[in-house]
Structures are given as structure tokens and as C-alpha cells.
Design a protein. Structure first.
Length: 203
């Protein structure tokens, strides 16, 4: 009887996990694959403890809550100096006069601007060109107009900041000119020049 109960519980969990996988794909285009399957299974175990019997994802908010621990550090926000330094250390030596970078899934632009500042620090003698793309048209349309909070502008971003007439902070023209924000779904063919570096997170 105990074995039957355990088997039934396992079947129920497997069915719930299957529904969650389908919901993640529907709500957030997140596909469960051999690359992330172990994380999803582990997250499902902790999700069961958080939610009790109500494990199903009813809407996009539930899907976001489930996926929250999955994303990279500082996803959708400004990088700290510590994280920027970590990225800096990973960048290879390159003495080219122009360095072309592809940043798919750029979101609202915080990642791309942060990356641009790191690249300018890492390759001071090179012209940086970042092709920043996202499937959210509103995000990529508004990214060039992004303002930076005063407390963020005063940190490691300071050398790349300028203050507008209204008191808001924005990036210098050099940083802005180094980025091309555009709408694109990376599952489709992409016409890009020769790329030196691909920076892709959470896509």
C-alpha cells in the first residue's frame, strides 16, 4: 500500500511538472530542455514547498515567480562594479581598431549599456559597435531614451554619464553611438557583420 501511494504521488508530481513545462513555454517562451531540465526539476521541488498543493502556473506572474532564481545576476537592472569587474576579467585580449559585439535578448537596455561601459574600459583604443536586439519592440524603442538613477550614475558608471537639462542622467554620446538597438527574434536569420564577441544571457 505504501509503495502504491508513493507511485501515485510520483505520477501526480510528474503530471504537475509536465503542466508547468507547458505553462512556462506558453507564458514566457521558456522551453525545458536537457540543458535546463535538472534546474527545472530542482526548482519544482522548492516550488512545491513554497506553494503547497497549488503548484500550477495560472498566469505570467506565476511563471515569472517560478523562473526568478533561473536568471543571471543583475538581469534587467544595472550592473554593480563587482559584476562589471567579473565580466571585464572574462573578456579576451583584442587589439582590433573596431570590435563588433552581438547582444541578443538585450531587454530594456540596462545590460547593453553596462556591457558597453565595460567594453570601453577593456578596449580603450578600439571603436565599439554593439548590435543589441530583443523581441520586445517597446523595449528596444525606448532603450535609447533610458535615464539612469542618480545613485547608479554616481558609481562606476560616472565616467560615462552626462546630466541633462532636466537633471536626469544619461549616457555620453560616445556610449550611445556605440549601440544599435533593434527588434529581432534570434530564432530567425540574422544579417550581422563579422562578430568578435557574443554576449548572450537568459535567452
Amino acid at each position: 500500500a505504501a509503495a502504491e501511494k508513493t507511485s501515485a504521488g510520483n505520477d501526480k508530481s510528474a503530471q504537475e511538472l509536465k503542466f508547468i513545462a507547458e505553462s512556462l513555454k506558453n507564458y514566457r517562451k521558456f522551453s525545458v530542455s536537457p540543458l535546463n531540465e535538472s534546474w527545472v526539476n530542482s526548482r519544482f521541488t522548492s516550488w512545491q514547498k513554497e506553494r503547497g498543493g497549488n503548484t500550477q502556473l495560472q498566469n505570467e506572474t506565476d511563471a515569472d515567480d517560478f523562473l526568478k532564481p533561473f536568471w543571471s545576476p543583475y538581469s534587467g537592472t544595472w550592473w554593480t562594479k563587482e559584476y562589471a569587474d567579473d565580466v571585464y576579467k572574462l573578456l579576451p585580449d583584442n587589439t582590433a581598431k573596431q570590435i563588433s559585439v552581438w547582444n541578443p535578448g538585450c531587454g530594456k537596455g540596462q545590460e547593453t549599456y553596462s556591457l558597453a561601459c565595460v567594453l570601453h574600459n577593456r578596449y580603450p583604443g578600439s571603436k565599439i559597435r554593439i548590435y543589441a536586439q530583443d523581441i520586445d519592440l517597446l523595449n528596444v524603442s525606448n532603450a535609447p531614451l533610458l535615464s539612469v538613477p542618480a545613485e547608479t550614475a554616481a558609481g562606476w558608471f560616472a565616467p560615462f554619464m552626462t546630466k541633462k537639462a532636466n537633471g536626469e542622467y544619461t549616457f555620453t554620446q560616445e556610449i550611445k553611438d556605440s549601440i544599435m538597438f533593434e527588434y529581432h527574434d534570434c530564432v530567425n536569420t540574422n544579417a550581422l557583420p563579422v562578430i568578435d564577441l557574443i554576449f548572450a544571457r537568459d535567452i
